[in-house]
Structure formats: structure tokens, C-alpha cells
Design a protein around this ligand. Structure first.
Ligand code: CA2
Length: 151
């Protein structure tokens, strides 16, 4: 079965427990359930992960890139958290394995502090979903599935 990956970066394990005015009240476990339902509806197997560690995210990106290359996956939805704004290493990993990535942000980062306006991920992303709350994960999975369909 073809897989779709959903990777979440630092502090996203706190989703739904604090800062509801910014990130809502849905927990990451609820997000995983939403993603699994959407993936199954599209005939995809969901692989879902969250890590507070940059190196772990890089390892997962490389694994996902190998799976796409082998025809076993459509790509990855990535919410890099604050690494969005700091990580050349994540940029290089995505570029290095040519992983189709949808960069996702729950909040509208362009409506927030200036330090959130720059992304190291956007130049190597296949697409970007920003500001739709956790529903963005569903949109991003659909987008990846559609982008992987033969023309
Ligand atoms: O809007 C997003 O999805 C972000 O990627 C979330 C990151 C932030 O650094 C980015 O600028 C935008 C932060 C994730 C931390 O999530 C929390 C959730 C609840 C409580 C505290 C943090």
C-alpha cells in the first residue's frame, strides 16, 4: 500500500493543551486520527510522527525520500514548528532526497511576529498550507495525493 507521511516538529506534542487562541484545542492525537481517516479515504497508509529533535526529523525525511523513490509513498506533510525559521539542515535534507513536501502551519505565520515570516523550508516545498488550523493537515494530504497522480 502507498504511504503518506506526516511529520511534526518541536513542541507540537503540546497542541491542544496550551495557547488555544493561536493553535486551537485539538490535540496532536486528534490530528493523527483526522489524518488517518483522510489517508484511508484516499487509499493511503498513514505514517505519523512528532519529534522535538532536528536530527530525528532529518532521519525521517531521508527515509520518506527513499520510500518515494521506491514508489512506496507519495510524500510528506511537514509542520517543522520553529525549525521552519532556523533550519538549513531540514532544507538540505528535503532537497537532498528530493522529497515532495507540503509545508504546513496551523497558524498564519505571516500575521504573527516578523521572525516567523521567513521559512527555510518554503523554497524546497512542493506546496504550502498556512493558517487553516488543524484542517490544513487534511488539505495537505489531499494536495499531496493529487500531485502524485499521473497526468
Ligand atoms: O503555526 C504553526 O503550525 C507553527 O509551525 C507552530 C510552531 C511555530 O514555531 C511556527 O512559527 C508556526 C510552534 C509549535 C508549538 O506548538 C505549541 C502548541 C501548543 C502550546 C505551545 C506550543
Amino acid at each position: 500500500m502507498t504511504s503518506v507521511y506526516v511529520f511534526n516538529g518541536p513542541n507540537l506534542n503540546l497542541l491542544g493543551t496550551r495557547k488555544p487562541e493561536v493553535y486551537g484545542t485539538t490535540t496532536l492525537s486528534d490530528v493523527e486520527t483526522m489524518c488517518r481517516e483522510e489517508a484511508e479515504a484516499l487509499g493511503l497508509e498513514l505514517v505519523f510522527g512528532q519529534s522535538n529533535h532536528e536530527g530525528q526529523l532529518i532521519d525521517w525525511i531521508q527515509e520518506a525520500g527513499a520510500a518515494v523513490k521506491a514508489g512506496q509513498a507519495v510524500g510528506a506533510v511537514l509542520n517543522p514548528g520553529a525549525y521552519t525559521h532556523t533550519s538549513v539542515a531540514l532544507h538540505d535534507a528535503i532537497e537532498g532526497v528530493e522529497l515532495p513536501v507540503i509545508e504546513l502551519h496551523i497558524s498564519n505565520v505571516h500575521h504573527r511576529e516578523p521572525f516567523r515570516h521567513h521559512s527555510y523550508i518554503s523554497p524546497v516545498a512542493r506546496g504550502i498550507v498556512v493558517g487553516f488550523g488543524v484542517y490544513g493537515y487534511v488539505l495537505a494530504i489531499r494536495g499531496l495525493h493529487n500531485a502524485a497522480r499521473p497526468a
